[in-house]
Design a binder for this molecule. Structure first.
Ligand code: GLA
Length: 782
């Protein structure tokens, strides 16, 4: 099929709106920036966009200029910036663009450094950001499938948001003398849905908001064709194989080739190994793209830090670390090391005639802070607000207008025998106290939602302290409502289950910026969840890295400003504290620790610790010592995948019902005894991928843990760039490679969608023949 000459579409949109907006004297002028047949055109001449991503919300405002200088010095000519809707509208209808949120100022600074800007205002962003940038209050609406659709409950607020973006940033477009070259519509929508009319609606919302520069959409290579519309330029996102990405683009349109996100590294999630990018490969790929007359945007040029409580969460539930260093060429603290040097060296070979690179900006000062003690405490339970919400059974917190934070639930139990306290859902972590004694924890990561309670001889108060960490930022699982969700039942040994009613609910809502509530301090150590306070004196206002490795889990504030979350399970053990947020003289540090520190001291280091895992510091988790239990079972499906990296869908002969699904590998394309899966989604009877928020890995024959992160959760986290890989750096498992997913409840499964490990055809583990089992007892606990 010959590619549609969609160029007419791009120019049509831009020129049409430009005319409508024109002011006398400029009406006839052709737009300075346009999309040509093969090139981007600036003032009629081809422009190769060498772009790098940086999120102003993740960099202290005082350092924006420094980082933009570094981006320019690396050899880039454009900076790409997401807007996170929830960052600007945390409370419905209350928009904020002050301080750290001053997007227009960021554009002005970029322009002053000689950089163009690509703007990505959403409404959805992804980006390892709370709920992918969508505001939590959308979840007050019922339903599990309305976000990112044409449902009015989504479209109306989304249009309002884009209108507000236009008010603030339309004047920063190139057409009005600003640096904004292009604007992205939505984000990787093809990864999520297939409703092209939804994309058209979002495009129209941007046109209505007075955006008149070219508009585009981005999608991973595999999803480019799915939601391409001629009105938008398509660009492809990938971290390898640029030839394939560019081919996918050429198959849907005639126009310049661009990689919308080239992954320089990758993000980290709590409890999994620190990720690093393959530098040599990146340099090769960038070189390839530029030689092919292509353009690109590095994701990330500079990752920075997800300060405050803005971190997102991979699915099913893998919260992202506060450090967003990303192994990017400009480090979290703006350091320019070997990686920066090799990028600069590569890019300097591709400059436009007459273009020269400025010198890299100077290294910013770093300081050590001697260890200081935090000796005052404010126990959480003693500092909850007086007023309680009353409800017969707990509902998700959005229903109570609580955005995020600490939520304490209490109920009184009459005397009675021992039993199991069970809740339908507890997002994200909860500590259960029985008459003031810690009875156990609930943990959404393992879908562990029950705790044993002893017998009671008198009425006993049950208190549940719930901590929300982050809303999932990817997939249909973004409908991530928080809190304890009823019914809550007490199940006794004889099987009797009684629903517990009459709850009191008190919350510390940390709000948009991690606002601290008024706290009553005492000068003594305590056990259990508490705020801790101490201070240090600084002689200079320099960067430092607070070492949190002797603490448990919680949040840090510096001089009243919320720095972010920490969790000593790692891999990040330090917190980047930027110099401008330090005061010369006394600095107050407050730490919320939910599990209690091993030593209540902190020191500031001169280097970060980003790669130290401590699983032994995690909440107790059930040992995963399950075995597959497939003897005598007939597979519901036996098949053979196609070679190559393309996503493939398989329909079973008929829907199968069960709580578990086992993918058993018969052999792999490379003939080696290994298997890898980038993504495994299951299709419901409607042919659509199912919601995975209740899924856990029930069994994996083995997982590579030494040479790379081959953890089985990678197969169901929605990211095609990481993958489950059977072990090879340690002992190789002798039997067939098997992955068993537990869906949380018996479900009708009509088929599956498999994404092979990405990359060239030489990668190991791409599955050839396989078998699928579905049932309720596919694993046996040892
Ligand atoms: C996708 C998204 C980005 C980001 C990256 C992973 O490509 O578009 O926002 O989430 O994945 O870092």
């Amino acid at each position: 099929m010959s590619p549609h000459p969609s160029r007419r579409g791009f120019l049509g949109a831009a020129a049409g709106t430009a005319l409508a907006l024109s002011v006398p004297g400029t009406a006839a002028a052709a737009p300075r920036f346009a999309i040509g047949d093969k090139d981007f055109l600036l003032d009629g001449k081809p422009l190769q966009i060498r772009c790098g991503e940086m999120h102003f919300a993740r960099v202290p405002r005082e350092y924006w200029g420094h980082r933009l200088k570094a981006i320019k010095a690396m050899g880039l000519n454009t900076v790409c910036a997401y807007l996170f809707w929830n960052y600007h509208e945390w409370r419905e209808g209350q928009y904020r663009w002050d301080g750290q949120r001053d997007a227009a100022e960021f554009c002005r600074l970029a322009q002053a450094e000689g950089l163009w800007v690509i703007l990505r205002p959403g409404p959805y962003a992804c980006a390892e950001w709370e709920m992918g940038g969508l505001p939590w209050w959308l979840l007050k609406h019922p339903g599990d499938a309305f976000l990112r659709t044409r449902a009015p409950s989504f479209v109306q607020p989304a249009r309002r948001w884009l209108q507000e973006v236009g008010r603030v940033l339309a004047p920063m477009q190139l057409t009005q003398g600003g640096p904004i070259l292009m604007v992205q519509v939505e984000n990787e929508y093809g990864f999520f849905g297939e409703d092209r009319d939804y994309m058209r609606l979002m495009r129209q919302a941007l046109l209505d908001a007075r955006f008149d520069v070219p508009l585009f959409q981005c999608n991973p290579t595999n999803a480019v064709a799915k939601t391409h519309i001629p009105e938008l330029l398509s660009v492809a996102n990938f971290g390898s194989d640029p030839e394939r990405g560019f081919k996918a683009l050429a198959s849907v349109q005639q126009g310049p080739l661009m990689c919308g996100e080239y992954y320089s590294g990758w993000f980290d999630t709590w409890g999994t190994p620190h990720k690093r990018g393959d530098n040599a490969r990146a340099i090769r790929d960038i070189d390839t793209m530029l030689k092919a007359n292509g353009s690109f945007s590095l994701y990330m040029a500079h990752g920075g830090t997800t300060f405050g409580l803005w971190g997102g969460c991979d699915r099913p539930f893998r919260p992202d670390t506060t450090s967003y260093d990303y192994d990017a060429p400009i480090s979290e603290a703006g350091w320019l090391g070997e990686k920066f040097r090799t990028y600069r060296e590569c890019l300097s070979r591709h400059l436009a005639p007459g273009e020269t690179l400025p010198a890299a900006p100077a290294h910013l000062p770093v300081m050590a802070v001697p260890a200081f003690a935090l000796s005052e405490t404010a126990p959480v339970f003693a500092n909850l607000p007086e007023a309680a919400i009353r409800d017969s059974s707990p509902r998700n917190i959005e229903q109570y207008d609580i955005s995020r934070g600490l939520v304490a639930y209490s109920v009184t139990l009459p005397p009675g025998p021992a039993g199991k306290l069970e809740v339908a859902n507890a997002r994200d972590l909860a500590w259960i106290y029985d008459g003031g004694r810690l009875a156990g924890t609930m943990d959404t990561r393992q879908r562990r939602f029950s705790v044993d309670l002893p017998a009671r001889t008198r009425p006993t108060r049950i208190e549940i302290l719930l901590y929300t960490i982050a809303r999932v930022n990817f997939g249909v699982e973004i409908h991530d409502r928080k809190g304890l969700q009823g019914p809550v039942v007490l199940r006794t040994k004889d099987g009797a289950a009684e629903e517990l009613k009459g709850w009191g609910i008190r919350a510390i809502d940390f709000g948009a910026d991690g606002e601290l509530p008024p706290l009553r301090w005492q000068a003594k150590r305590v056990a259990g969840p508490a705020f801790w306070r101490g201070s240090f004196d600084a002689k200079e206002r320099a960067d430092t890295f607070l070492d949190m490795s002797s603490w448990g889990q919680g949040i840090v504030w510096i001089n009243g400003r919320c720095l972010g979350r920490y969790w000593s399970i790692g891999p990040t053990q330090t917190m980047y504290l930027p110099g401008p947020w330090v005061k010369a003289g006394r600095n107050e540090v407050v730490v919320l620790d939910l599990t209690g520190p091993r030593a209540s001291r902190i020191e500031g280091r001169t280097t970060p610790i980003l790669d130290e895992l401590h699983p032994e510091r995690d909440l107790p988790r059930p040992a995963r010592n399950a075995r597959p239990n497939l003897a005598g079972l007939t597979p519901v499906h036996t098949g053979q995948f196609a070679g190559g990296p393309a996503t493939q869908e398989v329909k079973f002969d008929g829907p199968a019902r069960g709580r578990q699904l086992c993918l058993e590998v018969v052999d792999s394309f490379d003939g080696k005894p290994h298997a890898a899966v980038a993504e495994l989604a299951l299709l419901g009877p409607d042919g659509k991928p199912m919601n995975q928020s209740a899924w856990t890995i029930a069994y994996a024959s083995s997982e590579e843990a030494h040479k790379e992160d081959g953890g089985a959760l990678n197969a169901i986290n929605g990211q095609t760039s990481d993958y489950w890989h059977t072990a090879y750096g340690q002992e190789v498992h002798p039997g067939p490679a098997r992955l068993i997913i537990d869906l949380g409840a018996s479900t009708e499964i009509a088929g599956l969608r498999y994404t092979p490990r990405q990359g060239p055809d030489t990668v190991t583990g791409r599955i050839r023949r396989y078998r699928v089992f579905v049932g309720d007892g596919l694993v046996r606990q040892l």
